[in-house]
Ligand binder design. Sequence first.
Ligand SMILES: [Zn+2]
Length: 78
Amino acid sequence: MDPSAIIASLLCLILSLITLGYLGVCAVSPFGPCRRCSGNGRGRTYRHCNRCDGTGRRIRIGRHLWNEIRREHRNGTQ
Ligand SMILES: [Zn+2]
């Protein structure tokens, strides 16, 4: 095996580990802190944050995608 193939397979391994870790985080805690208000539920002007609807939490992209896939699957199988 030449060095570039070893590097490529290591890169693949690291990327799949990161993906698996992210999926694990999405499964364990589907919500993360809102980026716009950094989790306090208020915008910069101390008004109700529209992005998270004042909850200070936002759904993770991975979890959002998972919900979409589940919904599509359910619609398709009914
Ligand atoms: Zn917010």
